[in-house]
Design a protein around this ligand. Structure first.
Ligand SMILES: *[C@@H]1O[C@H](CO)[C@@H](O)[C@H](O)[C@H]1NC(C)=O
Ligand SMILES: *[C@@H]1O[C@H](CO)[C@@H](O)[C@H](O)[C@H]1NC(C)=O
Ligand SMILES: *[C@@H]1O[C@H](CO)[C@@H](O)[C@H](O)[C@H]1NC(C)=O
Ligand SMILES: *[C@@H]1O[C@H](CO)[C@@H](O)[C@H](O)[C@H]1NC(C)=O
Ligand SMILES: *[C@@H]1O[C@H](CO)[C@@H](O)[C@H](O)[C@H]1NC(C)=O
Ligand SMILES: *[C@@H]1O[C@H](CO)[C@@H](O)[C@H](O)[C@H]1NC(C)=O
Ligand SMILES: *[C@@H]1O[C@H](CO)[C@@H](O)[C@H](O)[C@H]1NC(C)=O
Length: 466
C-alpha cells in the first residue's frame, strides 16, 4: 500500500515543531560492548519501572492498562533476551515469577483471567518467552513448576488441537473462543506464530513431529490468500466467512520477523536450501518495506502506521519483534549475518537517539533525535530490543541451545493437554474490563478503517486544494 506523501509528512513535521528539541539524547557506540550494555540498561530500567506486577496487591505478569496481556508476555520474552545479551541479572527474578504466574491452571498460558480476549497469538507471545528461556539457558524454575520447554510444548499441543481443517482448508483462527470478536478471522501472526514455535521445538528437541507440523502449517500458509509467495509479502489476515479469500492487505513488521526467524530455525536444523531462498526473499521484502530510503539509511519504520502517527499501543511494540527475530536469523544463518546487521546497527543508533540521556521516554521515530512526543511500553521495548542485539557484534554469545548442544530444559511432550482453563473459572470484573478494550484491538480492522478515513480525508483535501 502506498500513502500519499504530502499530508502525513506535513503533519509529522508539524508535530515535531510542537515538541522542543531534547537537550541530550542517548548516544550509542555499536562497536563498544560497554556502550551497548549501558544504553540497554538505562532503557530497560525505564521499561521495567512501567511494570507494576510486583507491587503489593498487583498480579505478577500483568502490565497496567492500557497494555494488554500479550504485550506483557512479549516484554518478559524480551527481558529473557536482555539477560542473554547483556548478562545483567537485575530483572531475572521478576521475569521468572511473571512467566510462571501467568501459565494458568493447566500450565499452558490460557489463564482464566484472560479468557475474554485470549487470542492464539496472545498466548503465543508467552510461549515464545518460555521457548527463549529454554533455548538461551535462562534460570530454571523451581522443580515443582513446569519447565520452560514444557510450557512451550503445552502451547504447541493446545494450538495444534485447534487447527481447523474444515474452514479455509486449514489454518488457525485468531481467537480461541467463539464469543470473541476475531473468532472468524485467520491471520498471519497467529499461523506464523505456531509455525515458528513448531520449528523451534523441532530444532530444540530433534522430534520430527514438530518439524512435520512446521511443514504442514507452511504448506497451508503459502497457498493461502494471507501470503504472496512471488513478492514474499505477508498480509494481515482473512475471514472464515469468506473461506479466507478476502485477505486484508496491511503489512506489519512483526509478522515478517516471526516468519523469517521461523525459517531460520528450520534452515539451521534441516540445512534444506529451500528455506534459505525463502529467507532471502523475505529479507528483501522486509528491507524494502520496513527500512525504506525515505526514512534515511537503513532505519526501521512501522510503515503502515508510523509515518501517519496512528500506531496503537500494540503496534508501537512491533519493531521490538522485528529486531529480535532479525537478530536471531543472523545468528542461525551466519551466511546472512552481514546482510542483516547493517540494518540493525543503523536502527539501534537511531533508536537510542529517540531516548533521553537517562534512557527514559524513548520515542518511536528512529530517524531523528528530535523527540516525536510518544512514549510508552512499546516504544521502550522497541528501542531496547534493537539496542541489545548489538551485543551480537561484540560478545561471544552461545547460539540458542538444542538438547544436543547444552539445552537442559525438561521435555514433556504431552504438556498442557490435561484440561484447559479457557471458559473455566470466570472473573467477571476482569472480563468486563477486557471486553470493552477488545474492541479497539480488532486491531488491523479498526486501524485500517482509521487509516482509510485519513487517506480519504487527505486525498480529498489534496484534490480540493490541488
Ligand atoms: C519490583 O522490582 C523492582 C526491580 O527489580 C524492584 O526495584 C522493586 O523493589 C520490586 N517491588 C516489589 C514490591 O517487590
Ligand atoms: C487472576 O485475577 C485474580 C484477581 O485479580 C488474581 O488474584 C490472580 O492472581 C489472577 N491470576 C493470574 C494467573 O493472573
Ligand atoms: C475454500 O477454499 C479452498 C482453497 O483454499 C477450496 O479448496 C475449497 O473448496 C473452498 N471451499 C468452499 C466452500 O468454497
Ligand atoms: C534479494 O535481493 C538480492 C539483491 O537485490 C537479489 O540478488 C536476490 O535475487 C533477491 N532474492 C530473492 C529470493 O528474491
Ligand atoms: C524521517 O522519516 C520521515 C518519514 O517518516 C521523512 O519524512 C523524513 O524526511 C525522514 N528524516 C530524515 C532525516 O531522513
Ligand atoms: C546454525 O547455527 C549455528 C550457530 O550460529 C551455526 O554455527 C551453524 O552454521 C548454523 N547452520 C547453518 C546451516 O547455517
Ligand atoms: C514427539 O512429539 C510428539 C508430539 O508432541 C509426541 O507425541 C511424541 O511422544 C514425541 N516423541 C518423543 C520421542 O518425545
Amino acid at each position: 500500500m502506498r500513502f500519499p506523501r504530502i499530508l502525513p509528512y506535513t503533519l509529522w513535521a508539524l508535530s515535531l515543531s510542537v515538541y522542543p528539541a531534547r537537550v541530550t539524547a542517548l548516544t550509542l557506540d555499536v562497536q563498544s560492548a560497554d556502550s551497548i550494555k549501558d544504553t540497554a540498561s538505562k532503557i530497560a530500567y525505564d521499561l521495567m519501572s512501567r511494570y507494576t506486577g510486583n507491587n503489593t496487591g498487583d498480579v505478577p505478569g500483568n502490565l497496567p492498562a492500557p497494555y494488554y496481556w500479550w504485550e506483557a508476555g512479549a516484554m518478559f520474552g524480551e527481558m529473557v533476551d536482555y539477560w542473554y545479551y547483556t548478562g545483567d541479572t537485575t530483572y531475572n527474578a521478576e521475569v521468572l515469577q511473571a512467566l510462571q504466574h501467568q501459565r494458568g491452571k493447566a500450565n499452558n498460558y490460557e489463564p482464566s483471567n484472560q479468557t475474554a480476549s485470549l487470542g492464539n497469538d496472545d498466548q503465543m507471545f508467552w510461549a515464545f518467552a518460555a521457548m527463549s528461556a529454554a533455548e538461551l539457558g535462562f534460570e530454571d524454575p523451581p522443580e515443582e513448576d513446569p519447565s520452560w520447554l514444557a510450557l512451550a510444548q503445552a502451547v504447541f499441543n493446545r494450538q495444534t488441537s485447534r487447527w481447523d481443517p474444515d474452514t479455509c482448508n486449514g489454518g488457525l483462527r485468531w481467537q480461541m473462543i467463539l464469543a470473541n470478536v476475531g473468532y472468524d478471522y485467520e491471520n498471519s501472526v497467529t499461523n506464523l506464530g505456531l509455525f515458528q514455535l513448531s520449528a523451534r521445538l523441532g530444532r530444540y528437541t530433534g522430534n520430527q513431529t514438530y518439524i512435520d507440523w512446521a511443514n504442514k502449517i507452511w504448506d497451508w500458509y503459502e497457498r493461502s490468500s494471507l501470503y504472496d509467495p512471488r513478492e514474499y509479502r505477508i498480509w494481515d489476515g482473512a475471514h472464515t466467512t469468506e473461506n479466507c479469500t478476502d485477505a486484508s492487505h496491511e503489512q506489519w513488521s512483526y509478522t515478517y520477523g516471526i516468519l523469517t526467524a521461523g525459517m531460520a530455525y528450520l534452515y539451521n536444523h534441516t540445512e534444506n536450501e529451500v528455506w534459505l531462498t525463502k529467507i532471502d526473499g523475505l529479507l528483501n521484502t522486509t528491507f524494502e518495506t520496513f527500512f525504506p530510503p525515505s526514512m534515511g539509511t537503513k532505519i526501521m519504520v512501522e510503515w503502515t502506521c508510523e509515518p501517519l502517527g496512528v500506531c496503537n499501543n500494540d503496534q508501537k511494540s512491533f519493531k521490538a519483534y522485528l529486531s529480535q527475530w532479525l537478530a536471531r536469523t543472523a545468528q542461525l544463518v551466519p551466511a546472512r549475518y552481514d546482510t542483516i546487521m547493517p540494518y540493525l546497527r543503523a536502527s539501534a543508533v537511531g533508536a537510542a537517539g529517540q531516548c533521553g540521556a537517562d534512557g527514559k521516554n524513548c520515542g518511536h521515530t528512529w530517524n531523528t533525535t528530535i523527540p516525536d512526543g510518544t512514549q510508552g511500553v512499546g516504544e521502550q521495548m522497541s528501542a531496547l530490543s534493537v539496542v541489545q542485539v548489538m551485543m551480537l557484534d561484540n560478545a561471544n554469545l552461545k547460539p540458542p541451545y538444542t538438547t544436543n548442544t547444552g539445552g537442559t530444559s525438561k521435555s514433556d511432550p504431552s504438556a498442557g493437554t490435561d484440561g484447559s482453563d479457557v471458559g473455566g473459572e470466570t472473573d467477571y470484573n476482569h472480563i468486563s474490563r477486557r471486553a470493552i478494550t477488545t474492541g479497539d484491538r480488532v486491531g488491523a480492522g479498526a486501524v485500517t478503517a482509521g487509516v482509510l478515513l485519513f487517506l480519504i480525508g487527505g486525498t480529498t483535501w489534496l484534490v480540493w486544494t490541488g
